[in-house]
Ligand binder design. Sequence first.
Ligand SMILES: NC(=O)c1ccc[n+]([C@@H]2O[C@H](COP(=O)([O-])OP(=O)(O)OC[C@H]3O[C@@H](n4cnc5c(N)ncnc54)[C@H](OP(=O)(O)O)[C@@H]3O)[C@@H](O)[C@H]2O)c1
Length: 337
Amino acid sequence: MTENTQILFKSRPTGWVDASHFEVAKGPVREPGPGEVQVRNIFMSLDPYMRGRMRDQKSYTPGFELGQVLQAGAVGEVTASNDPSLAKGDLVEGRLGWETYSVAKAGQVNKVDGNVASLSHYLGVLGMPSMTAWVGLRNIGQPKTGETVYVSAASGAVGQIAGQIAKLQGCHVAGSAGSDDKVAYVRDELGFDAAFNYKTAVSLGDGLAQACPNGIDVYFENVGGAMLDAVLLKLNPYARIVACGMISQYNLERPEGVRNLGTMVGNKIRMQGFIVSDHMDLKAAFMAEMSGWLAAGKVKYREDITQGIENAPAAFIGMLKGENFGKQIIQIGDPPA
Ligand SMILES: NC(=O)c1ccc[n+]([C@@H]2O[C@H](COP(=O)([O-])OP(=O)(O)OC[C@H]3O[C@@H](n4cnc5c(N)ncnc54)[C@H](OP(=O)(O)O)[C@@H]3O)[C@@H](O)[C@H]2O)c1
């Protein structure tokens, strides 16, 4: 019988998440029931929103249940099917588990084309994080040619795409990241016009002033806290803040205060949050445009792939601390030959 390795949600963190909040369990792989498929997971996505699902509070996604396998976006191969819509050998992506094999309702997964450079792309450049950047800029940021777009967490899964889309639209694009290597990547490889290391800059205000000499028209917000406060002082009239995420606050029991919101009034600033999963009607348009950019070499994408499901907890904690360089993915198994 094939063995399943699973990562269970053992206890609820207060403050920083650590290894004690996870448990590795081993057991038999379940056979699919009526209307279900069994999937051998190949790549799994680790995302910052998962920290929110570890909280015991109402949110836009249900919280993880204690003692249960953690959930994640994943790509895998159907190994058994009890539904006519999918057959053994089909490649699928969907909300599956932190585990080597998942069993899911057939309708919970989507068939994907194996004809891509790597199946991991469905979790990054052709998946949720990239679509987040695309939707946030399209619906909220709406950058115009010549405007300045500033992206925090710029080398990450969402940030690297947000900056490159803004470049394709003829904007002055600036970014910040937490290491000199990440800064060099966004500036020298992705073509951002300017970038700075927010950890070593004289101050956030100084880093922003140097990277955005004409002020900021669109802020693609991934970080929150002190960064948001500093950006508020650099925004131009009618600037837009795309409130995508605020990762600096996710492990804090008491979120930091933001003091400079008053500047929004006189500068007529608009700030709007969004959740990418509310915009699935745009998925086909996103896939068509992003696949085209990727094929034409107009967009590059860096992934940070950690091997082995048992290393997922450490990689997740590392991502929240900024140890990932690019989209954090776990490789669970080999892609089909
Ligand atoms: N609204 C939506 O639908 C949606 C969907 C997906 C993601 N998001 C949000 O988008 C943001 C980026 O997500 P992602 O998947 O692209 O993750 P990511 O950027 O690939 O990884 C997280 C990065 O955040 C940075 N970070 C961590 N703590 C920080 C802090 N205190 N201050 C500044 N930066 C910090 C780290 O990079 P550095 O080394 O640069 O610090 C880390 O590598 C998150 O806020 C996430 O919640 C929103």
